[in-house]
Design a protein around this ligand. Structure first.
Ligand code: A5P
Length: 236
């Protein structure tokens, strides 16, 4: 059976077929997006002219190291495309993202793009979102109070589960590229992502969450039997 990294790379390679000369492209974060940036760099070396907008410091460093031309989002202006991974791909191409903690910039960049293409191995497709803990980015001030209010909010949206403050490998609070904390919501099932999104964003202290709703236009999923390109009619 194909190794999962091969599958991610195949999905990333297929995304390149949507890239044309002169495009301004949001560059995602995570192991699958990393493959895409590597493959894009090969095309750049062959003469492709693109401008990349990285969604994290990690992706910025990778793009710079591979000589992919980059700009900030404000320098680049509206983007033609954004190519990024996902933690879960649900019905209608609703996504959970932010496993790597870059959800805020990822969402800003994806929203600035004419099209967002998700790349993943096919195990990321799910019939209902929520098995993967939903990352919620919060400001550091009053984080315990914010967590309590979030627990009430998720219950009000029909979800049950535990919230936990994300820690780094040394046991310190995980800090995002923008200096915020992440609270992971272990919900198991998210029956109504739109309702959950609304109640989470109503909690003061919340900066953004990892539900990406109405953003992805296509998902390229790689499996042992080949590539599937899904659109928003997808319902696993
Ligand atoms: C980064 O914050 C995330 O949104 C990633 O895009 C997501 O976690 C997918 O990562 P992998 O491609 O490593 O699975």
């Amino acid at each position: 059976m194909a190794h999962v990294e091969d599958l991610k790379r195949r999905a990333a390679a297929h995304a390149l077929t949507f890239v044309t000369d002169g495009m301004r492209i949001g560059l995602g974060t995570g192991s699958t997006a990393r493959h895409f940036v590597e493959l894009l760099a090969e095309k750049v070396r062959d003469g492709l002219n693109v401008l990349g907008v990285p969604t994290s410091v990690a992706t910025l460093e990778q793009a710079v190291s591979l000589d992919v031309p980059i700009a900030t989002l404000d320098e680049a202006g509206p983007l033609d495309l954004c190519v990024d991974g996902a933690d879960e791909v649900g019905p209608g191409l609703a996504l959970i993202k932010g496993g790597g903690g870059a959800l805020l910039r990822e969402k800003i960049v994806a929203s600035a793009a004419r099209e967002m293409i998700v790349i993943a191995d096919e195990t990321k497709a799910v019939p209902v979102l929520g098995k993967f803990p939903l990352p919620i980015e919060v400001v550091d001030f009053g984080v315990a109070s914010t967590e309590r209010l979030l627990a009430e909010a998720v219950r009000a949206a029909g979800c049950e589960g535990r919230l936990s403050a994300r820690r780094d490998r040394d046991g310190h609070p995980f800090v995002t590229d923008h200096g915020h904390f992440i609270i992971d919501a272990h919900l198991g099932r998210i029956p109504d992502p739109v309702a959950l999104s609304r109640v989470i964003l109503d909690v003061p202290g919340v900066v953004e969450h990892g539900l990406f709703l109405g953003l992805a236009g296509r998902a390229i999923l790689a499996g042992p039997d080949g590539i599937k390109v899904l659109d928003r009619t997808f319902a696993a």
